[in-house]
Design a protein around this ligand. Structure first.
Ligand code: FE
Ligand code: FE
Ligand code: ZN
Length: 277
């Protein structure tokens, strides 16, 4: 089954975001559990969660993906920023524990002037304190474009973080197609090689989700500017290959393209027409 959805706002509640997803022919969705800029999260409404559970029991929506706020930087040089990131992360995990089958995607962080090695140490230290044995959520490290001092532009950096985490069975990776292309992995012309490289460095069993975005800029540009499906440097042929790749096609795909809900609906319809069941 093709699992495809888009990033949607949860301002109207979880049941409504589920219904909105179904209305655009999606069977999963991504959401911010709080404002991407951080701050207090809205209290969870148990009735709304119950309604989402029921919706997920009765429809093809089987998994949902939360995206951590952008302000989270577990690799920051500032202890205050790191502590704040830790608190938001911990609180998000606590809340997600109450939601049905979900994953939590986050940007590994930016090391600023400390170097990737130090940044990787700080991130894994935090993860070791954040991961609890009894938690249900799988935490996903997102592949990054390598803008500024972002960690996670190479598969090796992600693997170094994972290796340092004790309860690594709670960890996975979310591959962002715009970001990896931006980072220098040529998924347009050598998709098989990139998939093999991911398998060799991290292992494909870690790959849990795909952010499906076209890219405004070319290979190795490190810009992180998403584009609508088929309208960027990747193009529709490459994206068709990605969603149908035998080692990727069963993963959940999430659109983070510059679009309104109607635009997502059109992209999902297009992608469904190109997906081979
Ligand atoms: Fe992201
Ligand atoms: Fe992304
Ligand atoms: Zn991005």
């Amino acid at each position: 089954m093709f699992t495809i959805g888009s990033h949607l706002s949860i301002n109207k509640g979880f049941e409504n975001i589920g219904l909105e997803s179904l209305s655009i022919d999606a069977n999963t969705f991504q959401f911010f559990p709080r404002s991407p800029r951080g701050g207090q999260a809205k209290p969870l409404n148990p009735q709304d969660i119950k309604a989402l559970e029921e919706l997920m029991n009765n429809t093809d929506i089987n998994v949902i993906l939360a995206h951590a706020p952008y302000v989270i930087n577990l690799a920051s040089k500032s202890e205050k920023t790191r502590n704040n990131a830790f608190e938001l992360f911990e609180d998000d995990l606590k809340r997600l524990d109450q939601l049905p089958n979900n994953m939590y995607n986050f940007h590994p962080g930016s090391h600023v002037q400390q170097g990737a090695k130090k940044g990787i140490e700080l991130i894994s230290e935090s993860l070791n304190r954040l991961i609890r044995e009894d938690m249900k959520t799988t935490i996903l490290l997102e592949t990054m474009a390598g803008k500024g001092t972002e960690i996670g532009r190479t598969f090796e950096e992600l693997q170094e973080i994972i290796e340092k985490v004790d309860m690594d069975e709670k960890l996975g990776v979310c591959l962002d197609t715009c970001h990896v292309y931006d980072a220098g992995y040529d998924i347009k012309n050598s998709l098989d090689d990139v998939v093999d490289e991911f398998d060799q460095v991290i292992g494909l069993d870690r790959l849990k989700a795909i952010h499906l975005n076209d890219s405004k800029f070319g290979l190795s540009s490190h810009k992180d500017r998403h584009e609508q499906i088929g309208k960027g440097e990747l193009g529709l042929d490459a994206i068709t290959d990605i969603i149908n790749h035998p080692k990727l096609k069963d993963l959940p795909f999430y659109l983070e393209t510059p679009n309104d809900v109607e635009g997502y609906k059109e992209e999902i319809s297009l992608l469904r027409s190109l997906y081979v069941e």
